[in-house]
Design a binder for this molecule. Structure first.
Ligand code: PLP
Length: 388
C-alpha cells in the first residue's frame, strides 16, 4: 500500500511539472480499458459511465476496430493532395449512413477542426460572416469556435424560441445556425420537435445554413445513429468526430450536401496535415462497417438500457431537487445545488464508478453496448453515493 501511494505521488508530481492542464487531474491513473470498465494502476476496476465523453460508444477495445488497425499494412502517411482509395471508401460509407442529402466529406483530425471547417464553409458558401448558436453550448476549443458565443438563443428550445431565431436571422447576414441536435453539453437537452421544424424553415427562408454538430451525439448516442434523425429537419452540414473511430484513433469529418460543397468559393481551402490519417481511416471504416452489421441490435440495447436509467435515476433521492433527462444513453441530471454534481462525481469515483460533472450538472454517457447487470451495478453505486 505504501509503495502504491509513493508511485502515485511521484506521478502526480511529474504530471504537475510537465503537463499543461487547465485544471487538476482526477485522482485516477488509467492503465487499461475494456468494455464498460477502466482499470487503474492499482488494478482497481471502475464502471465507466463516461466513455471518454461519447468516444467509446462500442465499449473500450472493440475487437473489430482493433483488428483493422493491427492488420493495416498501408502507407504510414498520405499527403492531403494525393489520391488515397480508403479516403474515398470511408467518404462513400459516411455518405450512405449520413442523414438527409449529406454526401461530401471533408477530412479533419477531431471535433474542433470539423466544426471550424463547417463554419468556414458556411461563410464561403453564403458570403456572410455571422453565426448563431445555442447559449452556453460547446463546439470546441479554437478562437473561431469559441466566438460562437456572441449571438445565441437561450433554451428552452420550444415554439416560443422560434421568434428569437427569426429576429436573429431576418437581416440575412447569418452564415449558419449551429447546434447539437440533442445537446449533450447541456446535459442531454433535447429541443422540441416544433422548434427543430421551425428552425429548418427559418434557415431556408433567410438563406442561413443549418449545421448540426454530431461530434458527441452521433454514432448512436441518443438511440438513433444520428441525433438529427429524431427530427423532421435536414441539415446542410454535419460535424463528426469522437465515436467515428470508436475511440481507437483520432479523427473528425465534416459532411456537406452537394449543393454546399459545390458552391464553395474557388479560394476555399482547408489543409489538415493529419486529417484522415491512414490508420484512423482503417479504424473508421471498420467502425462504420460494424455499425452497418450490428447497428439495429446496438440501438435496441440503447433503448432498453435507457428505460432502466430513466426508471431508476428518477426514483433516487439526491437530497436536493434534480431534473433527470434521458435521451438514449445521453443522460443529464441537473441539480438545484451548485457544486453537488462534482461532489457526487468524487464520491462515485471512490466507490468505483466514473461519471462526468460540470457545475450543477452530472452527465452519464455509458457504452451503447453496456449490459443490464452493469447498468444496475453502476446505478446502485450512484444511489449509494447520492444518499451518503
Ligand atoms: C459537441 C462537441 N463539438 C465539438 C467538440 C470538440 O471536439 P474535439 O475535442 O475533438 O476537438 C466537442 C468536444 O467535447 C463536443 O462535445
Amino acid at each position: 500500500m505504501a509503495r502504491r501511494a509513493k508511485s502515485s505521488t511521484q506521478l502526480r508530481h511529474s504530471d504537475r511539472a510537465f503537463l499543461g492542464r487547465s485544471s487538476d487531474p482526477d485522482d485516477l491513473e488509467i492503465v487499461r480499458s475494456e468494455g464498460s470498465f477502466v482499470f487503474d494502476a492499482h488494478g482497481e476496476r471502475y464502471i465507466d459511465f463516461v466513455m471518454g465523453w461519447c468516444v467509446g460508444n462500442l465499449g473500450w477495445a472493440p475487437a473489430e476496430v482493433h483488428a483493422a488497425v493491427e492488420r493495416f499494412r498501408g502507407p504510414d502517411y498520405v499527403e492531403p493532395s494525393a489520391l488515397y482509395k480508403p479516403w474515398v471508401e470511408l467518404a462513400s460509407l459516411l455518405a450512405a449512413i449520413a442523414p438527409g442529402r449529406l454526401r461530401k466529406s471533408f477530412r479533419a483530425t477531431g471535433g474542433t477542426e470539423a466544426v471550424e471547417l463547417a463554419l468556414q464553409a458556411a461563410q464561403s458558401f453564403t458570403g456572410r460572416k455571422k453565426f448563431v448558436a445555442i447559449a452556453d453550448a460547446y463546439h470546441g476549443n479554437s478562437i473561431g469556435v469559441k466566438a460562437l458565443g456572441r449571438r445565441t438563443i437561450k433554451p428552452p428550445l420550444d415554439g416560443a424560441a422560434l421568434q428569437r431565431v427569426e429576429r436573429a436571422l431576418q437581416r440575412r447576414d447569418v452564415a449558419a445556425f449551429i447546434m447539437e441536435p440533442v445537446i449533450c453539453n447541456l446535459g442531454a437537452l433535447a429541443p422540441d420537435e416544433e422548434f427543430m421544424r421551425g428552425l429548418g424553415e427559418l434557415c431556408e427562408e433567410f438563406g442561413t445554413l443549418l449545421i448540426f454538430d454530431e461530434v458527441a451525439c452521433g454514432f448512436g448516442r441518443t438511440g438513433r445513429l444520428f441525433a438529427s434523425e429524431h427530427f423532421d429537419v435536414e441539415p446542410d452540414i454535419v460535424c463528426l468526430a469522437k465515436a467515428i473511430t470508436a475511440g481507437v484513433m483520432p479523427m473528425g469529418a465534416t459532411i456537406m450536401t452537394d449543393e454546399v460543397a459545390d458552391g464553395l468559393d474557388d479560394d476555399f481551402s482547408f489543409y489538415s496535415t493529419y486529417g484522415w490519417h491512414p490508420r484512423s481511416v482503417a479504424a473508421a471504416i471498420a467502425n462504420v462497417k460494424f455499425w452497418k452489421r450490428h447497428g439495429k441490435a446496438i440501438l435496441a440495447n440503447v433503448v432498453a438500457r435507457a428505460e432502466e436509467f430513466e426508471a431508476r435515476l428518477g426514483a433516487i433521492d439526491f437530497g436536493c431537487a434534480a431534473e433527470v433527462r434521458v435521451k438514449g444513453l445521453a443522460i443529464g441530471i441537473e441539480f438545484e445545488d451548485e457544486g453537488y454534481a462534482e461532489k457526487l462525481q468524487e464520491r462515485c469515483r471512490k466507490a468505483g464508478l466514473l461519471i462526468s460533472a460540470d457545475d450543477d450538472m452530472a452527465m452519464l454517457f455509458p457504452a451503447l453496448t453496456i449490459d443490464e447487470k452493469t447498468v444496475a451495478r453502476g446505478i446502485d453505486i450512484l444511489e449509494g453515493c447520492a444518499s451518503s
